[in-house]
Design a binder for this molecule. Structure first.
Ligand SMILES: *Cc1c(COP(=O)(O)O)cnc(C)c1O
Length: 447
């Protein structure tokens, strides 16, 4: 009898899901989601939820603009640029034999204002929603008010009676910590052992309390959730269950649609859009995918990318067990330089709300992450963190692997790839200090 993994031997698992052997062996792979396009068992998020979120961002824009002057040029809207990356396309083609037809682009969430990562979408959104609920509930604010008043000292004093807490490997903590502390909340960030030191230092500097754990992400979240439960005035932002986070991410869909329109780039039946999203618990890529599906329907194809050491979303979706399965069960160590993706278990909420929208999942090894991160810096002068580089491996795995080609074939996309856009979602790296960038670059150069 072999080792028991989540109740079954490897032979039993592999007889149902042959790919599990490759996952356990930490091979890079592409998996096609058999549940893609299926009707979900229940509807967790609706288009109305996303529209409501977008209106909330608009209400808060005058406050954001005032509290974070760097957002003035965008009128207080937190959005990132969309870039064409032709030199990166050449780099990728030169370093592998797989040509990329069509256009290669990058959505630079690494340049999102305030916290420099995709977490600025969901994390900041949930903080704002919490603040609005409290202020309106106490009769201090109306939806028709100019929310710039929230920057007044009287509101800071009001929010200081309340607390916001979160568990994080880094970027979610940064987004929530910076925003919540700015509003005046007592803010606690519970950080896992993967969190990089500079993220902890920066948070403390911004006025948040940082609690450190010598354990993984799920453990830090669990500790935070427990401590927050004992304080009635504390709102715990739960990355493993939150609908608000998800909806905040989803507003990206319509924004991207407008950016494509403005750039004169078509996304339609003849011009498919392939999006590659780095994935941790699945909330950020799941929410973004939900928004993209609202915006582009069947013409967008979303693939999630995870480290070979932490394919938690892939395992959750493949087995149908979602958060009831951990990468640890399959002998993986969840150790990766992609700190933002180092999670052993997925979010059940994201899996259920977006599982049917995802075309497939891919895994990449850390070595490749460093090469891609450096390649992007060398060719396009865009700096992103290792987690954010995961998506860059996507186009060639789709175009060059047996399963990827099969996907293109069955969806009648093979002939359309020349007119397609391949979009790399560069999820973070904007806040990384210069010293750390230099060290990361140096490490990548040695590979
Ligand atoms: C958090 C994060 C992700 C993934 O988001 P999840 O919601 O955990 O799936 C991807 N890239 C970066 C840089 C992140 O910080």
């Amino acid at each position: 009898m072999g080792r028991i993994m989540n109740g079954k031997t490897m032979d039993k698992w592999a007889s149902r899901f042959p790919l599990i052997r490759k996952i356990a062996a930490m091979d890079e792979l592409l998996w096609l989601n058999p549940g893609y396009g299926r009707t979900p068992a229940s509807i967790a998020v609706t288009a109305a939820d996303v529209a409501d979120a977008e209106r909330r961002w608009v209400r808060f824009a005058p406050y954001i603009r005032k509290a974070f002057p760097e957002t003035a040029s965008a009128n207080g809207l937190i959005e990132s640029p969309l870039y064409s990356v032709p030199r990166m396309k050449e780099f990728l083609q030169a370093s592998s034999s797989v040509p990329i037809p069509g256009r290669l682009m990058m959505k630079a969430d690494s340049e999102l204002p305030i916290s420099g990562s995709i977490k600025a979408r969901g994390g900041i959104y949930e903080v704002l929603k919490t603040a609005e609920r409290l202020a309106i509930g106490c009769g201090l604010l109306k939806e028709s008010d100019d929310y710039a008043v929230l920057a007044d000292d009287s509101f800071k004093a009001f929010f200081s009676d309340y607390a916001i807490a979160v568990g994080s490997t880094g970027n979610l903590g940064l987004s929530i910590g910076i925003m919540a502390a700015k509003l005046g909340f007592h803010t606690t960030v519970h950080m896992s052992r993967d969190a990089r030191q500079w993220k902890k230092d920066l948070l403390r500097e911004k006025g948040a309390e940082v609690r450190e754990y010598e354990a993984d992400y799920s453990t830090a979240v669990e500790a935070g959730r427990r401590q927050a439960a004992s304080n009635r005035r504390c709102h715990f932002i739960d990355d493993e269950h939150s609908k608000d986070l998800f909806v905040g991410y989803a507003t990206a869909g319509d924004r991207l649609k407008k950016q494509f329109q403005k750039a004169g780039i078509a996304v339609d039946g003849g011009h498919p859009l392939f999006v590659f999203l780095p994935c941790g618990v699945g909330g950020a890529p799941g929410g973004v995918t939900f928004g993209l599906k609202q915006a582009f329907g069947e013409n967008v194809h979303a693939f999630f990318v995870e480290p070979t050491h932490s394919p938690s979303f892939l395992l959750g979706l493949l087995t149908g067990l979602y958060d009831r399965v951990s990468v640890i069960d399959f002998g993986l160590d969840n150790r990766t330089a992609a700190d933002g993706l180092a999670v052993p278990k997925t979010s059940a909420f994201a899996g259920k709300a977006a599982g049917h929208l995802i075309s497939g999942c891919l895994t990449v090894c850390d070595r490749r992450l460093f090469q891609l991160q450096k390649g992007l810096a060398d060719t396009e002068r865009h700096w992103i963190e290792p987690s954010a580089a995961a998506g860059i491996a996507g186009p060639q795995m789709l175009l060059g692997t047996e399963f990827g080609k099969h996907y293109l074939h069955i969806h009648h996309l093979t002939e359309k790839t020349a007119d397609a856009t391949f979009l790399l979602w560069a999820t973070g790296g904007g806040m990384v200090p210069q010293k750390i960038r230099a060290a990361d670059y140096e490490r990548a150069s040695r590979i």
